[in-house]
Design a protein around this ligand. Sequence first.
Ligand SMILES: *Cc1c(COP(=O)(O)O)cnc(C)c1O
Length: 382
Amino acid sequence: MSNHLSTIAKIPMVDLVSQYQRLRSEIDPAIQEVLDTAHYIKGPIVSAFEQELASYMNCKHVIACANGTDALQIALMALGLKPGDEVIVPAFTYVATAEVIALLGLTPVMVDVDPNDFCVRAEHIESAITDKTKAIVPVHLFGQGSEMEAILALAKEKGIYIVEDNAQAIGAEFYLSDGSVKKLGTIGDIGTTSFFPSKNLGCFGDGGALFTNDDDLAEKIRMIANHGQSKTYYHDVVGCNSRLDAVQAAVLRVKLRHLDDFAARRQAVADYYDQAFESVEWLDIPYRNADSSHVFHQYTLKIKNGKRDTLRIQLKEEAIAHNVYYPVPLYKQKAFAGYWDAEKKLRTTEALCDMVLSLPIHTEMRAEVMERVVEGVKKFRI
Ligand SMILES: *Cc1c(COP(=O)(O)O)cnc(C)c1O
């Protein structure tokens, strides 16, 4: 059967090939330098990247590691949490956030999120705090900040740690009420991020990093990420092998110089979509927090009237990529059944899992591609 769609190029969620081609004249020599020196693990290029990222984040210590999931695990290890300790996480997030908690024998306590910005609020956290609560992991979902000031005040009052999962919001700023500005990921005790290729600052493989302004924590983190080693072949604590390799660091040094431009390009796409969709009554455009910038790791609509999955079928016919982040609350995942009373439901999380739809957004989107996405969505009739 003939199908006119076979002649239309599919619109992808991200376009890493075009980004590489645009930056190739900077990236290729950076990788070549690693090959020429054969200093593949740790070494001067990784250190230089850590320093440049620390300077960009305005943060005292950056410790690179193997991926964003390890970064979360190492953060919890560095805080000295013990089996049985409870760690509060949003139920609406990527699995990694809760996974590492369970893996360390800690107890993930999943809480609901805000229906507008999809992040945890201090009130959700407060109602879940027990005398076993040791830490909270706010996730700055899709590229903007959780309400960090209220969360910070609560954590201070209760004496619990904050680990910010900043895998999706690197580069975003948080505006404090005293007029100061901090980068998301540098507000809590420790912040973590991921350099997975499709993240806002992505490398050509796996990578991650931790941020902290605390000298003692920084030293522990560095040790844990490198076999608990204080000097070569002397192991003070049980650690893991989680290092960034120099090829990734070389790519990241180049891309870091473009990170603000990447954010601006993503914001321009988001602004275009916002304008196009503002008047469509069967959807909500992304809410933007007043106290944080938004770097749009994802552009996520809420589709009303239970029509999300019907719209998905149409977008598929139109060859427009789209995705649902996330289709299932964490507590409904089989892996976490043991941490949840099956009768219990978190209202907003469940509603969001049925409503959210993320559209293509990246640094290389051409006008005609954005137009096609908008047309494809607007064509939809309920
Ligand atoms: C991507 C991501 C992670 C994990 O990062 P990896 O580098 O893939 O291990 C953790 N948390 C969130 C919110 C993420 O989006």
